[in-house]
Design a protein around this ligand. Structure first.
Ligand code: NAP
Length: 475
């Protein structure tokens, strides 16, 4: 753990192990922090807050610029740790490190653009002045599926705004978090500004974030269930909260879309990280006219996806994170088949050769999926593409919006009118129109409904860590 600028063990000296999901190999041990460690980290972040928040934006920015440079210099090394610990293909891991570093440089720049404003008053002897100030100490909790970028997407705006922070990363990916904090150490942030508490049991850390009055903001990326629990706790202390939660993205192929282009897009976004992404398409609505061309192309592309450990050349289908994740996928696929779905390809665990000891599941296409099936409503987090054939475009919005989630959505159409109607009508925070990667450090990322509250990245990202203060001056 990294507390007050120093690497430390847990108070109780306990540790836990991190394993490679591709072959169950032991990768390392890290401290298993608890309440005392969270307290020490909050103490140190709290002590560091007055001086960090008093630096000029230019001074804070410089640390983030250094961290960006150092992260890019270690891109390959961090990517290799990520591939071994989380599983994604090495090329995707390299991209994620780049994405993670993008937040450092973006918010280094945004730090200097926290403008206030003056407001005219109806009284000639009065002036209004609005300024933004950091909320205080932040408690951050991050998931395993994007284990590096989900840390910088929180740390960079928090530090740019003048906050200090304590991060609790996912139990499955502590070595990725350690690699990120080694970069922060090299960037020489003052002690206490950024703190890392690794933990096998996340509960006491979450409770400390909720119960310690010095934590003024909780930022969380993970499941809707845990997000709601943290929000309830934060509500009791009236703490600010940002939540980036689960999703159930519709992927719409309109009657006028290019079905080959759409199938190509789907094959790229669906099987990214073996489907373990919050923005992964989970309901693929294909117009009946496009069914054959779309499925033929998708099947052909899926048949070429090679499964194997992410460090092996050309591996596209990598292991799921653990046995439980594998079982969830198996259950959803079996349930769909029992209820009448058609299996186009895949549908089973992969156990050959280099996949024998990992949690590999074959890239799977199911067609004729219906609303009665579990997969129609539950986030899958696996390499399964559930296809729904529809007839009438007038029903599309109602079908696509029929979920309690509201994170990402995708539309393929060549008609501007349809594109605009769906963009405006989809109840999702992100809509990709003929675009499978509508994400960037410069663009606001986040969901509505059960997918969360708040936005990360973009100019919105820094305001999650700022309070608004009004000055009324009578002159
Ligand atoms: P999770 O089980 O909710 O875990 C997320 C984080 O919360 C982990 O660090 C976890 O620690 C911690 N946690 C679990 N129980 C807690 C508690 N009682 N108190 C405090 N912290 C607790 O989710 P996950 O399985 O890691 O991540 C997958 C989910 O994240 C999916 O639903 C996915 O859609 C979502 N996600 C959303 C976004 C987005 O931007 N919207 C991005 C990526 C992922 P442990 O690891 O120790 O359990």
């Amino acid at each position: 753990m990294f507390i007050d600028g120093k690497w430390t063990n847990a108070h109780n000296q306990e540790t836990f192990a991190s394993y490679n999901p591709a072959n169950a190999e032991l990768l390392g041990e890290v401290p298993s922090g608890g309440k005392d460690d969270a307290l020490a980290a909050i103490d140190s972040a709290s002590k560091a807050f007055p001086s960090w928040s008093s630096l000029t934006a230019y001074q804070r920015s410089k640390f983030l610029i250094d961290a960006h440079r150092l992260m890019m210099e270690s891109q390959q090394e961090i990517a290799e740790i990520m591939t071994q610990e989380q599983g994604k293909p090495i090329r995707a891991a390299m991209n994620e490190v780049q994405y993670a570093a993008d937040f450092l440089i973006w918010f280094a720049e945004e730090a200097k653009r926290v403008y206030g404003r003056t407001i005219p008053s109806s009284r000639s002897d009065q002036r209004f002045l609005v300024l933004h100030q950091p909320v205080g100490v932040v408690g951050a909790i991050t998931p395993w599926n994007y284990p590096v970028s989900m840390i910088t997407r929180k740390v960079a705006p928090a530090l740019a705004a003048g906050c200090t922070i304590v991060v609790k990363p996912a139990e499955a990916t502590p070595l990725c978090a350690k690699a990120v904090f080694q970069i922060f150490e090299k960037a020489s942030f003052p002690p206490g500004v950024v703190n890392l508490v690794t933990a096998e049991n996340p509960k006491p850390i979450g409770e400390m974030f909720i119960n310690d009055a010095r934590i003024r903001k909780i930022t969380f990326t993970g499941s809707t269930k845990i997000g709601k629990m943290l929000a309830e706790g934060a509500g009791r202390g009236l703490k600010r909260i940002s939540l980036e939660l689960g999703g159930h993205a519709p992927f719409i192929v309109c009657a006028d879309a290019d079905p080959v282009h759409a199938a190509k897009g789907l094959s790229l976004v669906k099987f990214l990280n073996s489907g373990q992404a919050c923005i992964s398409p989970n309901r693929i609505y294909v117009h009946a006219q496009q069914e054959k061309a779309f499925l033929d192309e998708l099947k052909s592309r899926v048949s070429k996806l090679k499964a194997g450990p992410g460090l092996e050349q050309d591996s596209k289908i990598v292991p799921l994170i653990n046995q439980q994740a594998l079982e969830k996928v198996e259950t959803q696929v079996q349930d769909a088949l029992k209820k009448g779905a058609e299996l186009i390809s895949g549908g089973e665990r992969i156990r050959d050769d280099s996949c024998a000891d990992g949690f590999f599941y074959a890239p799977t296409i199911l067609s004729r999926v219906t609303p009665e099936m579990l997969i129609y409503r539950e986030e899958t987090f696996g390499p399964v593409a559930p296809v729904i054939i529809y007839q009438d475009e007038d029903d599309l919005l109602e079908m696509a919006n029929d979920t309690h989630y509201g994170l990402a959505s995708y539309v393929y159409t060549q008609n501007l009118k349809s594109a605009m109607r769906l963009f405006e009508g989809l109840d999702f925070g992100i809509v990709g129109i003929n675009d499978i990667n509508p994400t960037s450090a410069a663009a606001p990322f986040g969901g509505i409904k059960d997918s969360g509250i708040g936005r990360e990245g973009a100019l919105e990202g820094i305001y999650e860590y700022l309070e608004t203060k009004l000055g009324g001056f009578s002159i």
